[in-house]
Ligand binder design. Structure first.
Ligand SMILES: C[S@@+](CC[C@H](N)C(=O)[O-])C[C@H]1O[C@@H](n2cnc3c(N)ncnc32)[C@H](O)[C@@H]1O
Length: 212
């Protein structure tokens, strides 16, 4: 299910600045070679992530779910000159692909890539996060949120991806463990007074959260 009318998406893309050519390369490579290429953020969301990062000008970014490195490089565009982005990927093969692209990027030296289960790694990264992007196992979203809310300072921005879960959460009866988990997450954040949140209807839905 397309959340955004494909015509509107096309029009929006036509009226958004071009992305770095390396991002176009990653996008094309992922679409051609990866069996789960639909997971990539893509140009419209990628540009939004880049813009948000440029607005925040973060010193420390955490990304959960590197995949082929596309969103990490979008987010890295807003880092301060001394800024660092940590990104965590469970699958060694995807991490390896991402590393190949990071090595070609002007932001490569600012990116620390970790391979493993993010749930077990977050607490070991002793950083003062300014911006966090979560785009990994959907059934783990409430755990990630709770884990992160314990360690982040007021004013930290968190972005969670796939809030519509391909439109599944909009159905009268929500089926499937991922769609159910995303709906529970949306309800969880909505009733939490520790943060403010807005669900942005770009691509598959992004939840923007700011810790109070
Ligand atoms: C939707 S893709 C990420 C897409 C990427 N952020 C982008 O926009 O190009 C989700 C990624 O999360 C990874 N992942 C799933 N569970 C994870 C976990 N527990 N820890 C770290 N990464 C995980 C998957 O292997 C997959 O590569």
């Amino acid at each position: 299910m397309h959340i955004l009318d494909p015509l509107a998406e096309h029009y929006a893309l036509e009226h958004s600045s071009s992305l770095d050519s390396l991002l176009d390369q990653i996008h094309a490579y992922t679409l051609e070679t990866h069996t789960e290429s639909h997971m990539i953020s893509g140009p419209l969301q990628g540009h939004l992530l880049s813009m948000i990062s440029k607005m925040i000008q973060p010193k420390r970014i955490l990304e959960i779910g590197t995949f082929t490195g596309y969103s990490a490089l979008c987010l890295a565009e807003g880092l301060t000159p001394d800024g660092i982005l940590h990104t965590i990927e469970l699958r060694a093969e995807d991490a390896n692909t991402a590393k190949g692209f990071f090595d070609k990027s002007v932001y490569g030296k600012k990116i620390h890539l970790h391979v493993g289960d993010a749930h077990a790694m977050i607490d070991g990264l002793l950083e003062n996060w300014d911006l966090i992007f979560v785009d990994a196992d959907k059934t783990g979203y409430i755990d990630y949120y709770e884990q992160l809310m314990k360690i982040v300072k007021p004013g930290t921005w968190l972005i969670f991806d796939n809030m519509f879960f391909h439109g599944e959460v909009l159905k009268e009866v929500i089926k499937g463990k991922n769609a159910k988990a995303i709906h529970e997450f949306n309800e969880h954040v909505q009733q939490d007074n520790r943060s403010e949140n807005t669900l942005v209807t770009v691509r598959d839905g992004l939840m923007l959260i700011r810790k109070r």
